[in-house]
Ligand binder design. Structure first.
Ligand SMILES: NC(=O)c1ccc[n+]([C@@H]2O[C@H](COP(=O)([O-])OP(=O)(O)OC[C@H]3O[C@@H](n4cnc5c(N)ncnc54)[C@H](OP(=O)(O)O)[C@@H]3O)[C@@H](O)[C@H]2O)c1
Length: 337
């Protein structure tokens, strides 16, 4: 049994983390919940107990085994050293440490062995990278991957609780003929699609797009992989979608590829176009799977494949992956370091 802390327990990922810990039957001895000052004293029910939310204090992690952080990167950077000093393990949902050379970036189905070299901090990838690498990893069972080009259609919950509220408020304002207000996103998101997730880099890509590029290479141990991305925000609440174009070293064999995907743990093929059956955010969320559909040959390239995927950004994209990392650390006997 393990002592657990969740930092950011009142956010969209933190709340999902509580659900996933429960459904995974994670062996919890003691659970501490932390958030910002404004949430101190809030009561959260877990497993028949009422837990009071607190702010992180000097000795908060002294007796914890795992600290799940789903707060801003600035919070992760502050708590990282104290988690390490307490010989606890930080499993971090944010961007603070993902590309650090001494921090494993883990999707257990792809690179579980990388937890072996953790030094007290393990990161989960961005919520668009995780489902993408799961499918790319499976596709490597067909042929070497030379090139990947991905466009994303990301739900507002990927930007946190305030972003969900912003979309809901805008829909209500539009319905009552009032002018919608935008604070979280750079433009109105209701009735719109915004080709910007996070801020822009000098190379014309957004930080979110570069996260997909850099994180995919790190997780797949393939610095030479040719990959580029376009990320968009769409007015859905949960479920990130991705349209993916992969180029293999060999000519595409659709039957073989579909068999490989169907056999992969955590991937569900939903691809019956005769019945208009393919993944959408409404039919392919609220569980831990990555759904793949619209699988077809690239008409412009015999070695090219096109497909569409959907995954729940709060579950496999965040909370589930974090809990699975803790489970992997336990399985591989790496809780002590
Ligand atoms: N949303 C996703 O799909 C997703 C997916 C993968 C990774 N992530 C990452 O997960 C993290 C959380 O995202 P989210 O979407 O859950 O955001 P969110 O809904 O805005 O939640 C943020 C949480 O952080 C807490 N917090 C704020 N300041 C704090 C402080 N100084 N000390 C402790 N806690 C503090 C907030 O507490 P209050 O309620 O008291 O303000 C809240 O619980 C981010 O790093 C994000 O990049 C998110």
């Amino acid at each position: 049994m393990y002592n657990i802390a969740i930092v950011g327990a009142t956010g969209v990922v933190g709340k999902k983390m509580l659900e996933v810990l429960k459904t995974h039957n994670f062996p919890i001895n003691n659970l501490k919940l932390f958030a910002s000052e404004k949430s101190v004293g809030k009561k959260i029910h877990f497993d028949g107990k009422e837990i009071l939310v607190d702010i992180v204090r000097e000795n908060s992690f002294i007796d914890t085994d795992f600290v799940f952080c789903s707060a801003d990167s600035s919070v992760s950077k502050i708590i990282g050293p104290s988690v390490r000093n307490a010989h606890s393990i930080l499993i971090d949902d944010g961007n603070a440490f993902r590309m650090d050379s001494d921090v494993p970036l883990i999707v257990p189905e792809v690179n579980s062995q990388d937890v072996d070299w953790h030094k007290g901090i393990v990161s989960i990838p961005n919520c668009t990278t995780t489902p993408l690498v799961m499918v790319l990893h499976a596709l490597k069972g067909f042929s070497n991957i030379d090139r990947v080009n991905v466009s994303t259609y990301q739900a507002v919950s990927g930007a946190g609780a305030q972003a969900v509220k912003e979309l809901e408020d805008q829909i209500k304002k539009i319905a009552s003929n009032q002018k919608p207000i935008n604070d979280v996103f750079p433009h109105q998101i209701a009735m719109n699609v915004i080709p910007q997730v996070d801020s822009f880099e000098k190379n014309g890509y957004t930080k979110e797009e570069m996260k997909i590029v850099n994180e995919t290479k790190k997780i797949m141990h393939d610095e030479e992989l040719l990959i580029s991305a376009t990320c968009t925000r769409v007015p859905t609440i949960v479920g990130h979608c991705e349209s993916v174009n992969v180029t293999f070293s060999d000519e595409v064999d659709l039957e073989k590829i579909i068999l490989i995907l169907e056999k992969q743990q955590g991937i569900i093929v939903r691809d019956k176009t005769d019945f208009n059956n393919y993944p959408t955010p409404l039919n392919s969320t609220l569980d831990d799977n990555v759904y793949v559909g619209r699988i077809r040959k690239d008409l412009s390239n015999k070695k090219g494949l096109l497909f569409w995927l959907v995954a729940d950004n709060l579950m496999k994209g965040a909370a589930t992956n974090a809990v699975q990392i803790a489970e992997t650390i336990i399985e591989r006997n790496k809780v002590s370091y």
